[in-house]
Design a protein around this ligand. Structure first.
Ligand SMILES: Nc1ncnc2c1ncn2[C@@H]1O[C@H](COP(=O)(O)OP(=O)(O)OP(=O)(O)O)[C@@H](O)[C@H]1O
Ligand SMILES: [Mg+2]
Length: 246
């Protein structure tokens, strides 16, 4: 469903992403790994349209999205989480989801009408998403008062609120203890069960190796390997560039 073809992005003299190609099939969980600064977040930003590709093509379900603005990419079914938690800490848990839902609705209909017309419906929908995300009992709490693991869950809840087909996760396990990682693993598998397609950027190999179907490895913006978790763990180039210390 996601096809990345020969994309590149330079920042000044740095080739952050360098002639990168890979595909993610519908319903698949693909891991994108590599050392710090190897271009993983940049790849996610290029898919979401945070900035345009310098060259190459990105398509989703055969539609070339390379030059679409971010909101049109969201409308076409792409959603993401961020490497650093980005919540509205002074808003409640449900309001954080509500804000995300507004971004995805038709701007021309006007958010006031949307809100007053459908507030009950929206609250029901938000409740459903929060229960699914393990935050059903945190509905009215301030986002800033959630534990670290719960804040990560809220980010994930917000990302699925727009009913995406493809979800891009940028280091969702960063800073988690192993119980939280195990919970996250199950949540990612639940997304797969719902039929979502997942691209997972992650350094926590305990998660990557136990949840993905396939792995793409970057080094200096280039793909150096692609294959099954087992395959990648035994790959000499990957061991040298990245997994060596582990
Ligand atoms: N907006 C930007 N402006 C300038 N340089 C950038 C920008 N974003 C990324 N870079 C540079 O591009 C390279 C790739 O960065 P990127 O953030 O994609 O790496 P990463 O693989 O996500 O690393 P990490 O594992 O540390 O998150 C780095 O050299 C980084 O400094
Ligand atoms: Mg990154």
């Amino acid at each position: 469903m996601l096809k990345i073809k020969n994309i590149g992005k330079n920042f000044g003299g740095v080739k952050a992403v360098d002639d990168l190609s890979f595909n993610v099939d519908k319903g698949e969980i693909v891991g994108l790994i590599g050392p710090n600064g190897s271009g993983k977040s940049t790849t996610i930003n290029l898919i979401c349209g945070v900035f345009p590709v310098d060259f190459g093509n990105i398509s989703v379900n055969e539609q070339n999205i390379s030059s679409l603005p971010t909101h049109e990419r969201v409308a076409s079914g792409i959603s993401r989480t961020f490497q650093n938690i980005r919540l509205f800490k002074d808003l409640s848990v449900w309001q954080n989801i509500w804000v995300a839902l507004q971004q995805d609705s038709d701007q021309s209909s006007g958010w006031m009408r949307e809100w007053f017309g459908n507030s009950k419906l929206q609250k029901e929908k938000i409740k459903e998403i929060l229960v699914f995300s393990g935050l059903g009992d945190r509905f009215d709490d301030l986002a800033g008062n959630l534990s670290f693991g719960e804040q990560r869950r809220l980010e994930l809840a917000r990302a699925i609120a727009s009913k995406p087909k493809l979800i891009l996760l940028d280091e969702p396990a960063a800073g988690m203890n192993s119980d939280e990682v195990a919970d996250l693993r199950q949540r990612i598998l639940d997304l797969k069960k719902l039929g979502l397609t997942v691209l997972l950027v992650e350094h926590v190999m305990e998660l990557v190796m136990n949840v993905v179907d396939r792995i793409v490895v970057l080094n200096f913006g280039k793909k150096i390997a692609e294959g099954s978790p087992e395959n990648i763990q035994n790959n000499k180039d990957v061991q040298k560039a990245y997994l060596g210390g582990a």
